[in-house]
Design a binder for this molecule. Structure first.
Ligand SMILES: [Mg+2]
Length: 373
């Protein structure tokens, strides 16, 4: 009888349901995510995503399509017309992989403007590009760049550029022979899902922040269209991770959503890094969650999936403990003095098998959850 009780207690006490409670929920949650284009790289991120309080979105390529096009060319010096300005800028930007550079060379290409080869192309990240052509310097870049290169920007030019920026366009200035000759405005279009994604996250009380290397005016114009209230503009590529750290030091759980090489350190710094599937490999490599569908509403879907998965995990733990707590005393003979009932080891085994089945079955119910409502 003692041996039989010992075996029954050992069988019940075996914590197998406890052991599978968490992994079962995570596995089903992750597979449910994958079916919906939300790739979760480790259980850690699936657990953490529900705690996100602040979502930081990169602008270009994340909230916007990242394929800007030239919208305006503004001549700012006599003897330089639109096509000449475009040509010089395109010569400097030839071979550039920066989206603005690609927009400028693309525009020149569609207009059939010839692009002879410039020399000594030199890029300053986040500021501009410099090249040599027919013995003269061509500079294409933002205010900071022009200031560094000591190019004077007149009040008239400044007013015209400001006007473009207020329209949400990014203006780059073109200078040659140490003189400003024109400005080229480039605008990016928003992704169809951006506005709904932001609204959905705001509805759940989360703070939305947009981070960008663009100047404040351009950034605010885009943010306004999306209903985003907090903007971190003028952020140099290397500074993104530091900004995320600052937010974390305010005591927030921060998610970063980005697509580019320059987002990778910030994706790594954030509590949950979310990479856009259409983005660069390094971003996808660094992000803990990858959104394969390029639909930003999946950020909210990932958070909801995390909430559901963790809820499942807690239910599983409850059931795993429930069987053990209820049955260990019975197996040990707690009812024997009053009723003469002892737990036969066979029933103990059946009870333990059912506890595991309960936990697995409960996890499988996650499959009913549809991340995209
Ligand atoms: Mg980007």
């Amino acid at each position: 009888m003692a041996l039989s009780i010992l075996i029954a207690v050992l069988i019940i006490a075996c914590p197998c349901a406890l052991g599978i409670a968490t992994p079962a929920a995570i596995m089903i949650g992750a597979s449910k995510g994958a079916q919906n284009g939300i790739l979760v790289k480790s259980g850690e991120f699936l657990e953490k995503a529900r705690k996100i309080q602040t979502v930081v979105f990169d602008k270009t390529g994340t909230l916007t399509k990242g394929k800007p096009a030239v919208t305006d060319i503004i001549p700012l010096a006599i003897s330089y017309d639109e096509s000449k300005i475009l040509q010089l800028a395109a010569i400097a930007e030839k071979g550039s992989e920066h989206p603005i550079g690609e927009a400028i060379t693309g525009k020149a290409g569609t207009l059939g403007i010839l692009l002879p080869q410039g020399k000594l192309h030199q890029t300053t990240a986040g500021k501009g590009i410099q090249a040599q052509y027919q013995g003269r310097k061509i500079l294409v870049g933002n205010r900071t760049f022009m200031k560094e290169k000591e190019i004077a920007v007149t009040a008239v030019a400044e007013a015209k550029i400001t006007k473009l920026e207020k329209e949400g366009k990014t203006a780059v200035m073109v200078a040659t022979g140490n003189r400003l000759i024109g400005a080229i405005a480039v605008a990016d279009t928003l992704k169809e899902s951006s506005k709904a994604a932001v609204a959905e996250l705001q509805k759940t009380g989360r703070e939305i922040i947009m981070i960008t290397g663009d100047n404040e005016r351009t950034a605010l114009a885009i943010a306004y269209k999306l209903g985003i209230k907090r903007v971190l503009a003028n952020t140099l590529p290397g500074e993104k991770a530091r900004k995320i750290k600052q937010l974390q030091e305010e005591g927030k759980t921060v998610a970063m959503v980005g697509d580019g090489i320059n987002d990778a350190p910030a994706l790594a710094q954030a509590d949950v890094g979310i990479a856009i599937g259409a983005g660069t490999d390094i971003a996808k490599e660094t992000g803990g969650i990858v959104l394969m569908r390029d639909d930003l509403r999946d950020v909210a879907a990932a958070i909801e999936l995390s909430r559901k998965t963790v809820a499942k995990m807690k239910q599983n733990l409850f059931w795993a403990f429930f069987y053990n707590i209820a049955l260990i005393p019975v197996a040990a003979g707690a009812l024997y003095p009053f009723t003469g009932i002892l737990l036969n080891p066979i029933f103990a085994a059946i009870a333990m098998a059912s506890s595991s089945i309960t936990v697995v079955g409960n996890s499988l119910l996650l499959n009913k959850h549809n991340p995209r409502k």
